[in-house]
Design a protein. Structure first.
Lengths: 130, 295
């Protein structure tokens, strides 16, 4: 997917949507150290923020915001009170608002649809589809 | 004490045993959870973008149901619903401009005044019933049962929604202790279980469940107590996949804290131990807490 957006526009939009000051991050890394999913991510939360500070638009193709499940472990520990989960949400929504869904529900087996609780479906639709 | 109660969707289906045991256990302590009328899905996850007020309307609508009742508190059992409703209530209370916009969206409803407080049953048990009274109500102490509490995320974080200290919670430990159980601490009690990724990436969830449950058993826990239907699904039902991926894994039963209350209070009809992938009966029978049923 192509993004016609400059680094500055990206950071401004992320800050507007998330209400966070990206540049207050001093890269201590407690977010990545606390993140239960860090090993599953290409960047992890610290490098996701670093990419934004540096204006790298490729961050929009990172798996990091999609794996982030808003568990808020990094948020309660960030010494600069950055709501990193909200930054992930802003990045997801920038993709979604361009008309892209991240998951395809037609691949979920019927048996799974019976077993998985509704809150999982609604949560996953809200975080990963338009 | 009567309290307006928001069950949420999962408590009417996969987590029916959470609702049944929760209502019965609260009733045994003099707390009547009265289901609110015409409630709707809360949306499950709190929307984190500032301009996305439309997604706050669903949780706020439930608060209007409570307001119409003439009440100012709403009790919740499901940890995800609790978190979403709590944060929506705080946003409406603290941000009058957002509240006005939300009210404008809902032109067929009476205006929400921002006055309903959202509470989790665990808070009521700790702050209003008290653990001494709970201890007095116990008929069948859970003696010798090694229970590991699992908070997950939504009861503790972010801080504005937390019912206890985000790093060192103790409400579940205190409750389980009052029920006579042996509480087994472990380092993963507030680590995320993988949440809604159970829909798109069950293997990721299985890796999380394996890390959490292996740590619990390594520390001596033999049963897990929690408060979230999604954590329950990921830590209980997903053990089928965990066992396929990790042949040495030993299964561990996962139950709602309210089921252990119902067990300790002797509420035979409200325990609901039949809605589990890993059957808790053998362990509870071995401990002499449940009678063996002869077939």
């Amino acid at each position: 997917m192509e993004f016609e957006i400059s680094g500055d526009e990206l950071v401004n939009k992320v800050e507007e949507l998330s209400g966070q000051n990206i540049f207050s991050c001093y890269q201590c890394g407690i977010c990545t150290g606390s993140c239960p999913f860090a090993a599953e991510m290409d960047l992890g939360p610290r490098r996701m923020i670093a990419s934004l500070i540096e204006g790298q638009v490729e961050v929009l193709q990172s798996n990091t915001p999609w794996i982030c499940a808003s568990c808020f472990q990094c948020v309660v520990r960030c010494p600069n009170d950055i709501d990193i989960a909200a930054v992930s949400e802003a990045l997801r929504q920038m993709t979604q608002r361009r008309g892209f869904d991240h998951i395809d529900l037609s691949h979920i087996p019927a048996e799974e649809r019976e077993r998985i609780p509704q809150i999982a479906f609604v949560g996953s639709f809200r975080r990963m589809t338009r | 004490m009567k309290l307006p109660f928001y069950p949420g969707c999962s408590l009417k289906a996969q987590a029916k045993n959470f609702e049944t045991s929760g209502i019965a256990a609260a009733h045994a302590l003099g707390v009547e959870l009265v289901e609110i009328e015409r409630w709707n899905c809360c949306g499950t996850v709190y929307s984190l973008t500032g301009d996305d007020l439309m997604r706050q309307v669903a949780p706020v609508r439930n608060l209007i149901r409570v307001q119409e009742f003439g009440e100012n508190r709403m009790a919740v059992l499901c940890a995800m619903c609790y978190n979403t409703e709590k944060r929506a209530s705080l946003r409406a209370q603290r941000n009058k401009e957002d509240l006005e916009k939300m009210n404008a969206f809902m032109d067929k409803e009476e205006d929400y005044r921002g006055e309903v407080d959202v509470v989790h049953l665990l808070e009521i048990l700790r702050d209003e019933v008290g653990f001494d009274r709970i201890k007095d109500r116990v008929e069948r102490p859970l003696r010798g049962l090694r229970v590991s509490p699992y908070y997950g995320c939504m009861l503790l974080r972010p801080r504005e929604a937390g019912i206890d200290d985000a790093d060192r919670p103790r409400v579940m430990e205190d409750l389980l202790g009052a029920l006579g159980a042996e509480v087994i601490d472990h380092p993963y009690k507030s680590h995320c279980c993988g949440s809604y990724h159970t829909v798109d990436d069950p293997h990721l969830v299985a890796r999380r469940a394996h890390a959490i449950l292996s740590s619990i058993t390594a520390h001596g826990g033999e049963i897990v107590a929690l408060s979230c239907p999604l954590c329950k699904h990921n830590l209980d039902d997903r053990q089928e996949l965990v066992a396929q991926l990790y042949p040495d894994f030993s299964k561990v039963p996962v139950v709602y804290f309210t089921q252990l209350m119902a067990l300790a209070f002797g509420l035979e009809d409200a325990m609901g131990f039949d809605q589990h992938y890993v059957d808790p009966h053998p362990l509870l029978e071995e401990k002499g807490l449940l009678r063996k049923i002869k077939v």
